[in-house]
Unconditional design. Structure first.
Length: 267
């Protein structure tokens, strides 16, 4: 399984060294409203518990993953207890900003221009891309080959955003839109039994899934939807927590802890 992850087109971002933009700041006249949040000793992390290998349930039912390990170490250093709360990923910003059931979104959360408007976010810590996977015996080799075919993806994902932005591709699909699933696991299962012709999703997840199920069963197309950055998000009402997470991740990168966790999951 780990051998296939060496092929993944993702790499760690040198936090604080590449001049990345961080969106944790907030106007000074609003910061006093959040002073009480700094004393909070428990933080609730919202995640999709099927998003391997970032955050998921193992065979024992334990919450594990790359982002899980990063979060545990981060909040340990901040002296805070962490609770992982599974959420409907298509409603993640609502859970964060409206119902306030979670304090943080940390589970392969890709930053986009639209999301920048509604969340505070750290500097990127990992890079990913949205790819297309089909079965190895399929005659599909490009986006063009998916004309009039059914293609699955996860509802509320940046994969869906990527498909919707590529108007020519989306309009070429059967029904003029992808088939939506609440989890990638369900989307990939439907691919395996022939209900769809391909799945668009995060490379980090799809490569891991292929490693678990057998790489020879699948084929990743050369066509993709470009690179994107993973960040940690908090509400705009809590930029202080965002800043603390960002600084702690930079410390972990500097002292080698980040790379050790990365190697555990991706090497």
């Amino acid at each position: 399984m780990k051998n296939i992850l060496k092929k993944v087109g993702i790499f760690t971002i040198m936090l604080g060294l590449l001049g990345g933009v961080v969106g944790c700041s907030k106007p000074d006249n609003e910061k006093d409203k959040d002073a009480s949040k700094e004393s909070k000793k428990e933080v609730v992390v919202g995640f999709d518990n099927t998003f391997v290998p970032m955050g998921f349930l193992d065979e024992k039912g334990d919450t594990v993953g790359f982002d899980v390990d990063l979060a545990k170490e981060t909040f340990k250093r901040l002296g805070m207890e962490v609770k992982f709360q599974p959420i409907d990923w298509s409603m993640k910003e609502t859970e964060l900003n409206d119902s306030k059931t979670v304090d943080v979104l940390w589970n392969g959360y890709s930053i986009t221009d639209e999301r920048k408007k509604i969340v505070s976010y750290t500097e990127p810590y990992l890079q990913n891309k949205q790819i297309i996977v089909t079965l190895s015996d399929s005659k599909i080799n490009s986006k063009a080959d998916l004309k009039d075919k059914e293609v699955g993806t996860q509802q509320g994902s940046t994969a869906l955003d990527a498909v919707e932005k590529d108007k020519d591709f989306m309009n070429s699909l059967k029904g003029g839109a992808p088939v939506l699933y609440d989890t990638y696991d369900k989307a990939l299962r439907d691919l395996e039994i022939g209900r769809t012709s391909a799945v668009v999703g995060d490379e980090v997840l799809i490569r891991y899934y292929m490693g678990q199920k057998g790489e020879d069963k699948y084929k990743v197309l050369k066509d993709d939807f470009g690179l994107e950055d993973y960040v940690v998000a908090t509400s705009k009402e809590n930029p202080e927590l965002c800043e603390k997470i960002n600084e702690t991740l930079k410390e972990m990168k500097k002292d080698g802890t980040f790379d050790k966790i990365y190697d555990k999951w991706f090497k």
